[in-house]
Write a protein that binds this ligand. Structure first.
Ligand SMILES: NC(=O)c1ccc[n+]([C@@H]2O[C@H](COP(=O)([O-])OP(=O)(O)OC[C@H]3O[C@@H](n4cnc5c(N)ncnc54)[C@H](OP(=O)(O)O)[C@@H]3O)[C@@H](O)[C@H]2O)c1
Length: 295
């Protein structure tokens, strides 16, 4: 008998693509998939295909064991709650406790690369959740997603207009991967029937400096882009001046410091192991998203 799979955060960008790949790439029967979200009304298209939809809000812990009832393999997609320190860990720990109460057999979780010893402001949320999963005694697959290429699309249209890209990475390398490739590998892990516990780090095939990325962006768009290395204080002042809230500024500055310290310079072939494919290159990613770069 095949397993019943549940994806939390099913209305989010990653969640939607994981479910797409379960259905279309791994040919999981729609009735074997439960798409759980805070907003089931957003999932009418999936419900019409025969996917079961349920409400699951990690802030409403008491309702979660019922939301996870009958589930064999549970994918917990990390939440985007970063504004209130400690809240994301509380949310995700509630999900793990509910999984235990509901008798879930295997938990998958979307973490970040090397959360232990990381300088990134939200690393303790990921490390704490990984530890809660391990302490639950339930079999697990941790999927540590490298920084998405997609994150670059937020600031790059502005940088291209100005012709300057401010960073505090100091030449540190990061092994970025696309969100789409993360979704493919996560769907592969969820659709598999392995009961072994494992930790994978999903990275692209090369580790890149911001100068490397800027050079590719310049070639793809035909526009000049100079990288300006700043220190933490200068970088924070620029982000604050651009109107970003303090927790976002802290997050971005800490992520650049982590890159500068070489802590994102991690390359694995875990994506290939899970999917049997090569990850998308930075060049192919920006070719695909050229219109978004040119704003
Ligand atoms: N590696 C990277 O570069 C990178 C970049 C961005 C984000 N991330 C992480 O990966 C996750 C998915 O990314 P994304 O691109 O899909 O971001 P997104 O579209 O902003 O998704 C946010 C996700 O958080 C879920 N969520 C928020 N509050 C929740 C709650 N109270 N209970 C349950 N789920 C809750 C949402 O679920 P519903 O709306 O369906 O309830 C949604 O799946 C993010 O939440 C973040 O932890 C990683």
């Amino acid at each position: 008998m095949s397993s019943t799979l549940l994806v939390t955060g099913a209305a989010g960008q990653l969640g939607q693509r994981v479910i797409h790949h379960l259905l279309e790439t791994y040919k999981v029967a729609p009735g074997g998939i439960i798409a759980a979200t805070r907003s089931p009304e957003k999932l009418a298209d999936l419900a019409a295909k025969g996917v079961v939809t349920r409400k699951a809000d990690f802030d409403d812990a008491a309702t979660l064991p019922a939301a996870f009832a009958g589930v064999d393999r549970l994918l917990i997609i990390s939440t985007d709650e970063l504004a209130v320190p400690g809240l994301r860990l509380k949310q995700q720990t509630a999900a793990v406790e509910a999984a235990k109460k509901a008798g879930v057999k295997h938990i998958l979780y979307t973490s970040m690369p090397a959360p232990d010893g990381s300088l990134v402001s939200f690393a303790p949320d990921h490390l704490g959740t990984e530890n809660a999963i391990k302490a639950s005694g339930i079999g697990y697959t941790i999927l540590r997603d490298a920084w998405y290429f997609d994150n670059f699309l937020m600031g790059l249209p502005h940088s291209l207009e100005a012709g300057k890209w401010y960073t505090a990475t100091g030449g540190g390398r990061t092994s970025n991967i696309s969100r789409e490739d993360c979704a493919l590998a996560i769907a592969a892990a969820l659709a598999s029937d392995t009961t072994e516990s494992a930790t994978y780090t999903l990275t692209g095939s090369t580790s890149l400096t911001i100068e490397d990325v800027a050079s590719v962006v310049s070639k793809v768009t035909g526009r000049p882009l100079e990288v300006v290395q700043a220190n933490d204080e200068q970088f924070a002042a620029g982000l604050t001046g651009a109107g970003l809230p303090k927790f976002v500024v802290d997050m971005l500055v800490s992520a650049d410091a982590n890159a500068r310290a070489g802590k994102f310079d991690i390359l694995t072939n875990d994506f290939n192991k899970l999917t049997g494919k090569e990850p998308q290159t930075v060049r192919a990613f920006f070719e695909e998203h050229k219109a978004a770069l040119l704003g």
